[in-house]
Design a protein around this ligand. Structure first.
Ligand code: ADP
Ligand code: ZN
Ligand code: ZN
Length: 728
């Protein structure tokens, strides 16, 4: 067979493929193991090269797959991503793969051990084994299974290991390897029937259903409890009926057991999950299922957008506005935007659902790029919760809890109903200060203060994860006047217990749910209504349906109102409405109390009147005047290094490289990032602004490839962060 040159994408931060020599033809999309410097790396064949320079090339060491792992369509999507997000192609592809595949694991089906009756099997095995109870026990299990028993089905296998060996040595039994059967995932119970849709739901459903065979992006804007999920479910059923699969993307914390259960009760096809909380092999299993041609439903967080689903029929993005769809490190893609691109290439519909759509999606709908479908009221007919502002300037508070809020809590408890206090700050208090000398506990590696966690008696940095035991004595003046200042969820829980000693408070945040099973225990208490007082971070804000909840208190409304971040106000509004949407979902009337020092803030007034649209229109107008997205396109070049001078110099050099950018492109900076020092690294950035996404991308392409050459010379880590707006 003749030699061939293959172009291989490798997981390295270089914007190129690497050439290797192969004996015989290796298909595109196949994994190979190749030498790279002194290492061996797994890579993916992306194409073929010319024979000219073959002499200098090193050979492919091993071909890992017999058939391509990635289809031409998936490779095209990933190549598009690398181009759009200005990412190195190898890194882009490898981000999309589960770990077992990245590290070269075989994609051959898993095998399992089966024990069978062997050549020496005696006529009366049990009588011969009177003195060997273990072997007799095994023989009984084997006979009960008609002489053929999978090893994993042997009850208390570990105690039978010796007996297995003895029987095998006597050739009474023998071992074979067979292909492992996928565990049946299809529920035995009858599926739950679809609900009769109301007129708004029915309009949305029919509009999409009539165009299942072509690409269109729908923005399903429906208030919490308006029955969006029911619309998804019925659309998915239609897609499954056509023999195709569905992909449902949900926010990181929206993947609740309730959501999954609702999907698995409805369909008689495998429901496969894909998220970071799963084990490597479970992720691998889901990935492999995706390659099967059978219809299935895949539910996952952002990385599930890269599942190589064979016959995809629809994509659903629930809570499309959620920040967790944006990958914030490595290749900084936005799963919603990638999904839209994917749906467009596969000519299938995509549904973006939200009670509070992102500004860019509403803008795209306004521009006619998306089709807007609205569900304006709750299915149950329950009126939306009443939103009230509590003016903290005129209130005495018990720590963070104002008198009107405490009063409302008492009333709600008296009625036997549930209350939820929302605070986006975990731990006991965010600051510890010495009252003698003013010293404060800072992280040594970040520009950040340490949070006091009373439960662990620790100071923790919420930015780099550093942990130390809390000191009793001030390290500066040695007085014992250290005082926790400010309030986190842990402290709120403590205060509630003091005020309402007869009502256990349940706190749900990353700390209280760290242990396996802890979250579902706490949620059970919350769902059943047994826990009347709930305190939580945004873990409690999404996807949970708490029938007995009637009061929601938002403790630190003001955070995020005055941030420099372009999207801070938008995210604040979305989060508040999301939390508020928890209140009064069934028979109970909901009440939402927002504590604020700025009761005249236009954002809060909009929220109080339940007028998200007004907020959006106002914000869009501000953005238009300031020429900010979606009226322009932005990109950040981020850099970090151990030394400040290195970062600044790198960004200055990068800026100099773009001496004469096109007329509609402007570069601003370098400026320090929001948190200049994090985990010991200095972080600075350059802002690049263009009038149009297309021309910005064109400029970036040339500039970034020039810039990659600078990279190798310096110890600076850098990445490109493309602001998500729209693709179409
Ligand atoms: P959303 O996803 O918009 O929050 P859901 O689909 O979860 O709304 O619906 C809220 C509640 O209303 C759920 O308990 C759901 O079972 C119920 N529901 C949805 N649609 C209907 C319908 N057409 N008839 C009766 N109940 C419905
Ligand atoms: Zn001190
Ligand atoms: Zn830190």
């Amino acid at each position: 067979m003749s030699n061939q040159i293959v172009k291989v994408a490798l997981p390295v931060p270089l914007r190129q493929c690497f050439d290797y020599l192969s004996h015989g033809r290796i298909s595109i999309g196949t994994r190979v193991k190749v030498p790279f410097g002194k290492q061996k790396k797994v890579g993916i064949v992306l194409g073929y090269g010319s024979e000219l320079s073959a002499d200098a090339l090193r050979p492919v060491e091993e071909q890992l797959d017999q058939t391509p792992l990635l289809s031409p369509a998936m490779l095209a999507l990933l190549t598009w991503c690398a181009d759009y997000y200005q990412a190195p192609i190898g890194e882009q592809i490898f981000t999309a793969l589960p770990k077992k595949i990245r590290t070269g694991a075989s994609i051959q089906p898993d095998t399992e051990i089966v024990w069978e009756i062997g050549s020496n099997w005696p006529k009366d095995p049990l009588t011969q084994l009177k003195r060997a109870p273990k072997q007799a026990g095994l023989v009984e299990q084997l006979l009960a299974a008609d002489g053929r028993l999978a090893e994993k089905e042997i009850t208390s296998l570990s105690s039978y290991k010796g007996a297995l060996r003895s029987l095998q040595e006597k050739k009474w039994i023998s071992k074979t390897l067979v292909e492992a059967k996928a565990t049946p995932l299809i529920p035995d119970t009858d599926p739950s029937p679809p609900l009769l849709l109301n007129s708004q739901q029915s309009h949305a459903y029919k509009t999409i259903k009539h165009q299942l065979d072509r690409f269109c992006c729908y923005l399903l804007n429906g208030v919490t409890g308006s029955g969006k999920t029911e619309v998804y479910l019925q659309l998915i059923q239609d897609v499954l009926n056509h023999g195709k699969s569905a992909l449902v993307l949900v926010p990181e914390i929206g993947l609740t057991p309730q959501t999954v259960e609702r999907f698995s009760r409805r369909f008689r096809v495998p429901i496969k999950l894909y998220h970071s909380g799963m084990s490597d092999s479970a992720r691998f299993q889901s990935w492999m299922t995706a390659q099967q041609p059978h219809p299935a439903v895949f539910i996952g967080t952002r990385s599930a957008v890269f599942l190589p689903i064979e016959h995809l029929g629809i994509v659903i993005i629930d809570e499309e506005h959620d920040g967790s769809f944006k990958q914030q490190e490595g290749v900084r893609y936005h799963a919603r935007d990638v999904a839209i691109k994917r749906a467009a290439s596969e000519k299938i519909p995509i549904v973006l659902g939200s009670a509070t759509p992102s500004i860019e999606s509403l803008f795209n709908a306004e521009q006619g790029r998306y089709q807007l479908l609205r569900l304006t009221h709750r299915v149950t007919g329950v009126t939306p919760p009443v939103v009230e502002l509590i003016d903290l300037r005129r209130q005495s508070t018990r720590d963070i809890l104002s008198q009107p809020l405490l009063h409302a809590l008492k009333e709600t408890l008296a009625r036997g109903e549930q209350s939820l206090l929302f605070l986006n700050r975990r731990g006991f208090s965010p600051v510890t200060m010495c009252q003698q000398c003013g010293w404060m506990a800072h992280c040594a590696r970040c520009d950040a203060k340490l949070t006091f966690h009373a439960q662990y008696k620790q100071w923790q940095c919420h930015h780099c994860g550093a942990v130390q035991n809390a000191l009793a004595e001030c390290p500066a003046c040695h007085s014992v006047a250290l005082k926790p200042i400010g309030t986190g969820t842990e402290k709120v829980e403590t205060i509630l217990q003091e005020i309402f000693p007869h009502h256990p408070a349940v706190r749900i945040d990353r700390d209280s749910t760290r242990k396996r099973g802890a979250l579902s225990d706490l949620l059970t208490q919350a769902y059943s209504g047994e826990a009347k007082l709930l305190v939580g971070t945004q873990m409690l804000a999404k996807g949970h349906h708490l029938p007995n909840l009637s009061l929601v208190g938002i403790l630190n409304t003001d955070e995020g109102l005055f941030s420099a971040d372009l999207r801070a106000a938008e995210h604040t509004a979305q989060l508040i409405l999301q939390v508020a949407g928890r209140a009064g979902r069934e028979q109970l009337k909901g009440r939402v109390l927002l504590q604020t020092y700025h009761p005249d803030h236009p954002l809060l007034l909009d929220l109080q009147q339940n007028n998200y649209d007004n907020f959006i229109q106002r914000t869009l107008e501000e953005r238009r005047l300031a020429v900010l997205p979606p009226y322009s396109a932005l990109c950040l070049l981020r850099a970090e290094a151990n030394r400040l001078t290195l970062v600044k110099q790198f960004l200055q050099d990068s800026k100099n490289l773009a001496q004469r950018p096109p007329a509609d492109i402007e570069l601003f900076g370098p400026v320090p990032a929001g948190m200049e020092r994090k985990a010991g690294k200095y972080r600075w950035q350059l802002l690049v602004q263009g009038q149009k996404r297309k021309s910005l991308n064109l400029f970036l392409k040339g500039w970034i490839s020039e810039l990659s050459k600078l990279h190798s010379a310096r110890r600076v880590r850098w990445s490109v962060d493309v602001d998500p707006i729209s693709l179409l």
